[in-house]
Design a binder for this molecule. Structure first.
Ligand code: SF4
Ligand code: SF4
Length: 449
């Protein structure tokens, strides 16, 4: 079987295990599926994130283990020749939100997020890429090439019930919530005038920060420059085929199974950062799913050994500041904020990669700042999942498991910190409450004078 992703990391998995039940076809992809050892932790509903779809249905059919069983059946030929097109497999994967919780919380580290990307790519090969998938997956290109038109279209659709209904009917986009609207102006770019006494950092401004929430990138620039760093914004390489389009991690393409597009974005990123890899310059990102895609899925795109070198220089904003504080004596000049105890919601990928420790640590560096971390699963928005008409109910049910009740139970003035773009939109839609990225909070806490 030809695979779209590189599964060689699983080459030796399960080969000596008499019970692994590696399927007959699928090569290393089949081995990645067969790592499940049927412990059924994915059918627990206690602490943790795994598995959001099981948590809202209570039905084993929507657990990670059941998905493994469906893939084993498909790869063993039980669903016929074109098994990736089989409705039983589609049904099994329908509510998987690619949260990566199983990669972290399953004792066998089943990586259903990556397995799903390959599955969707195989399915697209048989059926073609659906129109809505091209729309959602192509956000980096739509925003990069047709920003004004896209903004106008979303603005009108959000204002008009008729247009919202038409978009639901013809594109399958739910009419029950607004579509995130790009900001009036994208991130304007920046370059430090002076050399920073603490050295240089590259700020990777992802598609969502660049086009939708530029104030987050501006806040990060302020924090980094006032802490003594020379900040450069990541730019495409001089020979990039689209030098005016910002760099992109490829996350939206991976989630939608558009692997060749994701590979194209990965190549642009590697070309842009090649000089920085040689110099060892730290690269700081803001949106958890974007930066962590470069540290995780980029390995699966078969782009060579540079991927590993790049990964060692990639940090989320809070990881970078905490590391500098703990290992290089950074003293952030922060003042107390006159705020009630805050609530923090971690993005699923933040939790899957253990970033919450850095989030917690950075918050403790703000004098007197009090906060509670919400024991939440997935927010349910999960990229485009919550915008898909047939998934709206499931999306809201995921948010109602713990996140939205916790926000509603807090006083109106409670600051809500949520680093994920999707999470902030889900909180705003479900509770009518604003939430902010940690970079904005830290910027507000700077004692600049
Ligand atoms: S997917 Fe992971 S948690 Fe679920 S049954 Fe298999 S090994 Fe256990
Ligand atoms: S990626 Fe998330 S939703 Fe999908 S199987 Fe794993 S835990 Fe469940």
């Amino acid at each position: 079987m030809k695979t779209f992703l590189d599964w060689s990391a699983y080459d030796t998995y399960g080969i000596g295990d008499a019970y692994s039940g590696i399927p007959a076809t699928g090569g290393n992809y089949a081995k990645a599926v067969a790592v499940c050892m049927h412990s059924r932790d994915c059918q627990n509903t206690g602490k943790g994130v795994m598995c959001p779809s099981y948590r809202i249905t209570g039905d084993r059919a929507h657990s990670t283990e059941a998905r493994v069983a469906a893939f084993k059946a498909a790869l063993n030929g039980d669903y016929g020749e074109k098994s990736f097109d089989d409705p039983r497999l589609a049904e099994s994967m329908d509510l998987c939100v690619s949260c990566k919780a199983c990669k972290k919380e399953c004792p066998s580290s089943v990586d259903m997020t990556l397995i799903k990307t390959e599955y969707l790519a195989q399915r697209h090969e048989i059926l073609g890429v659906p129109r809505r998938t091209r729309l959602f997956g192509g956000v980096p290109e739509w925003t990069g090439r047709h920003r004004r038109l896209l903004r106008l279209g979303i603005f009108l659709r959000n204002k008009s019930k008729v247009l919202a209904k038409l978009a639901e009917r013809f594109l399958g986009i739910t009419s029950r919530r607004p579509i995130p609207l790009p900001a009036k102006k994208p991130f304007a770019g920046f370059e430090s005038a002076a050399d920073g006494e603490r050295g240089e950092v590259i700020l990777f401004v992802d598609t969502f920060c660049h086009h939708f929430d530029p104030e987050i990138a501006e806040a990060a620039v302020t924090v980094l420059t006032s802490s003594g760093y020379k900040v450069r914004i990541a730019e495409p390489a001089p020979d990039d085929p689209e030098p005016s389009r910002p760099l992109c991690c490829g996350r939206t393409y991976l989630t939608t199974g558009m692997v060749e597009k994701a590979r194209g974005e990965g190549k642009r990123v590697l070309a842009a950062f090649r000089p920085e890899i040689a110099k060892g310059t730290p690269i700081v990102g803001l949106e958890p799913s974007c930066l962590l895609s470069l540290r995780d899925e980029l390995y699966s795109l078969g782009l060579g050994a540079e991927v590993g070198d790049l990964g060692k220089q990639l940090y989320l904003f809070e990881e970078f500041l905490v590391r500098e504080h703990q290992q290089r004596g950074l003293k952030l000049n922060l003042k107390a904020l006159d705020l009630p105890t805050a609530l923090v919601h971690g993005h699923c990928h933040q939790k899957a990669f253990g970033v919450m420790k850095a989030t917690r640590k950075l918050l403790t560096l703000i004098p007197g700042f009090k906060f509670d971390i919400i024991e939440s699963s997935c927010c349910g928005m999960a990229g485009s999942f919550g915008l898909e008409a047939e998934h709206y109910e499931a999306s809201m049910a995921m948010a109602e498991v713990s996140l939205l009740p916790a926000v509603r139970a807090s006083a109106e003035a409670t600051p809500i910190i949520a680093n994920g773009f999707s999470c902030r939109h889900q909180i705003a839609h479900g509770c009518g409450r604003p939430s902010i990225h940690i970079a904005v909070l830290v910027r507000d806490a700077l004692a600049l004078n």
